[in-house]
Design a protein around this ligand. Structure first.
Ligand SMILES: Nc1ncnc2c1ncn2[C@@H]1O[C@H](COP(=O)(O)OP(=O)(O)OP(=O)(O)O)[C@@H](O)[C@H]1O
Length: 284
């Protein structure tokens, strides 16, 4: 399966995150992901335009905006699922330091996707193998990173099921026998078992009812903190970023209109569009 979709036209631009909006303790030289002027067009339509930001180890960056603002396009470009028309996506690889993932070979990018990266889809069916047992779903990712010992794989799979609060007696059940919330937690276990450093999350709590969402958010928050995981989290739900994200970028029509620390952006939005987003949630 091709990881890159070269179809469609595009563009890009660049929105610098101002140094003044970053916590002072962060060292700009140590970014885990450095996104430079990423642009993607679909024919004449803008997907995302000239996006730039840095993500630091252990940081969660929320990407918010209304439907069609370009969040999924940006996430696709960052995670190698879409080919931008322009820009650079530099990732701090373990062996070679910052490398432009857009210029990697497909096999190198696949390797990253199995090891240092995770992708949590909104629909767990997109991130799970539905015909494989829960334990197999977790174990498979371990095998993709070189694990071979059956006993140890099963032990680690059991451990991860526990961590995501799935009863270990369900280890041989197929995901389709699970509720939506359990499937989502299994998808998270499958992604995190390899100890990735960067997770891409696309509406990870979307489509779940409110109490299930709250539990999942709590779980995700704990895992992100315990693992020191960095994440780019796309959502239209400001309550989700309030809980999970350290910093936000706000997108409108494919461009970044505002960026800053989460509380700062949500409590004191500067851009008219962000003010509208925030106030529309408050009115609900
Ligand atoms: N495959 C495609 N072909 C043509 N245009 C597309 C395609 N995918 C997205 N677009 C357009 O790109 C723009 C950004 O869409 P995108 O899906 O990235 O937004 P989004 O913020 O993720 O929206 P949502 O929250 O509804 O998923 C929109 O104008 C959309 O119509």
């Amino acid at each position: 399966m091709a990881l890159l979709d070269a179809s469609g036209g595009d563009i890009f631009r660049e929105e610098e995150v101002h140094a003044s909006s970053l916590p002072k303790y962060l060292d700009p030289d140590s970014s885990l992901l450095s996104v430079r002027s990423v642009t993607k067009r679909y024919g004449a339509r803008i997907g995302c335009d000239d996006i730039s930001f840095d993500l630091w180890p252990g940081e969660v960056l929320g990407v918010v905006g209304e439907s069609g603002s370009g969040k999924s396009t940006l996430l696709g470009c960052l995670s190698g699922q879409l080919l931008p028309d322009a820009g650079e996506v530099l990732f701090d690889t373990r062996d070679h330091g910052l490398v432009d993932t857009l210029r990697m070979s497909e096999s190198q990018r696949r390797h990253l996707a199995r090891t240092d990266w995770a992708f949590v889809h909104q629909n767990p069916r997109d991130g799970l193998r539905m015909g494989v047992s829960a334990g197999g779903n977790v174990g498979e990712r371990m095998m993709a990173t070189g694990a071979r010992h059956y006993g140890r794989i099963r032990e680690a799979a059991s451990d991860w099921l526990r961590r995501v609060e799935i009863d270990v007696t369900r280890i041989d059940d197929r995901p389709r026998q699970f509720s939506g919330g359990m499937q989502q937690r299994l998808q998270i276990a499958r992604n995190l078992v390899s100890g990735p450093r960067l997770a891409f999350m696309d509406e990870p709590t979307g489509g779940l009812d409110v109490s299930v969402q709250a539990r999942l958010l709590d779980l995700l928050r704990g895992l992100v903190r315990d693992m020191g995981l960095s994440a780019v989290l796309v959502t239209h739900d400001l309550a989700v970023v309030r809980l999970l994200a350290d910093r936000l970028i706000v997108m409108k029509d494919g461009r970044v209109v505002e960026t800053g620390l989460t509380d700062q952006v949500l409590d004191d939005p500067q851009h008219g569009y962000t003010q509208l987003l925030v106030s529309s949630v408050l009115q609900v």
